[in-house]
Design a protein around this ligand. Structure first.
Ligand code: ADP
Length: 378
């Protein structure tokens, strides 16, 4: 594209995803705007213009976007009605508000999968806790709040009817328990011309105690036919959403090798951090290519990689101190990303480390080494 004027692009949300998106923006001619309530947020100091305000408020989002060329999001809990109005007035939104609307609510998200024949675990919609008793025959299942859940909060495993009391007393999805072999994520990019690019699947290893991601390894170690199935499901899903943008699709591979969609994020995603160093074109660079109308990038893997999250240690709250950073930085094949959050608290995502290596065993050994040496205290 021959860019004749400097495009003004806004990001709703100022967390670490916004920060890394802005790091990639620095390679292009673009004027960046961030809307976020917290002036000390990770993205605040990397944009050209920081606007303090609530991304959930109609007037605030509308006023933020009305003089911009395009908008994107780094979190889906945004005011979609304001985005719809902006879209109708000619502001480009990546992804389309219609896609955010479907995904934002787990009920509409699951209904979308069903009506688009996207394989996903069987489900029932519940409006309140009482309704769960009627569906005790559906257990074991996973109860998921329709709105407001994140990082495992808003997700409750219900093994049998004795656990029904742990369920949510608000609109939710009750999803059949999957006998999980592996959890993977596939990132798909689609531009305005509906051209697509797909990143090799990444594998997520969860900590069963914290219900949080333990570490991640890419590309995922699965048979080619399973990976192919995951790719075609991810593409089918994004084509169904019919929106340009970048989408991360989290999937389960069950014990029989069946692939089922867990959930979709209509934005850059934590499962794609490694693409900064491990793939030719990072997910962040890819989203700029889409927004600025440049050719899609190369998603191929340069080297296998793993990601370790740096989270606040148990028992420490306050101004963050990083213990063991020298040790990690002296390793030859690691990349440290600290998100610029001054305050730590237990479990807070403070940064991540990407490790690259030809040798998968070395990746896993180094994950363990980093977990043992790096600690965020106060
Ligand atoms: P969040 O949006 O908070 O990350 P998810 O819907 O991804 O929540 O669920 C969190 C975790 O719970 C998943 O990564 C998976 O380990 C487990 N889980 C979710 N749904 C199911 C299911 N249907 N069957 C088995 N485990 C599930």
């Amino acid at each position: 594209m021959n860019q004749s004027k400097i495009l003004k692009i806004g990001i709703l949300g100022g967390g670490q995803l916004g920060r890394m998106l802005l790091q990639a923006a620095a390679n292009y001619v673009v004027e960046t705007y961030v809307l976020e309530n917290d002036e000390q947020c990770p993205a605040a100091h990397l944009c050209h213009h920081f606007i303090k305000g609530d991304i959930k408020d109609f007037e605030t989002v509308y006023n933020f976007g009305k003089n911009l060329d395009a908008l994107t999001i780094e979190i889906e809990a945004v005011n979609v009605e304001a985005l719809e109005k902006l879209e109708s007035e000619g502001v480009k939104i990546y992804p389309k508000p219609s896609a955010i609307k479907i995904i934002k609510n787990k009920i509409t998200q699951k209904e979308f999968y069903k009506s688009n024949q996207v394989p996903s675990p069987e489900f029932i919609i519940t409006q309140n806790k009482n309704e769960l008793t009627i569906h005790s025959g559906f257990l074991p299942a996973v109860h998921k709040l329709a709105q407001g859940g994140y990082d495992g909060k808003g997700v409750q495993v219900l093994k049998s009817d004795t656990e029904i009391d742990k369920g949510f007393d608000a609109p939710s999805v009750l999803e059949k328990m999957v006998d999980i072999q592996k959890e993977i994520a596939v990132i798909v990019a689609m531009n305005d011309k509906k051209e697509t690019a797909i990143y090799p699947a990444t594998e997520m290893i969860f900590d069963p105690n914290l219900n949080l991601l333990d570490y991640q390894i890419s590309p995922a170690g699965l048979p080619a036919d399973v990976l192919q199935k995951a790719n075609s499901i991810a593409l089918q899903l994004v084509k169904g959403l019919d929106s340009p943008g970048l989408f991360a699709i989290e999937m389960f591979v069950d014990k029989n090798g069946k692939v089922l969609v867990n959930e979709t994020a209509p934005r850059v995603h934590n499962s794609g951090h490694h693409t900064i160093e491990a793939n030719y074109c990072s997910q962040y660079d890819m989203l700029w290519r889409i927004i600025l109308n440049y050719p899609l990038g190369n998603t191929a893997v340069i080297l296998p990689s793993s990601i370790v999250n740096i989270v606040g240690a148990e028992g420490y709250s306050g101004v963050a101190k990083y213990e063991g950073l020298d040790e990690v930085l002296s390793m030859k094949n690691v990349f440290v990303h600290l998100y610029g959050k001054t305050q730590t608290k237990p479990g807070r995502k403070m940064g991540h480390v990407t490790i690259i290596s030809k040798d998968r065993n070395e990746l896993i050994d180094q994950v363990k080494e980093i977990k043992n040496s790096l600690k965020v205290i106060a």
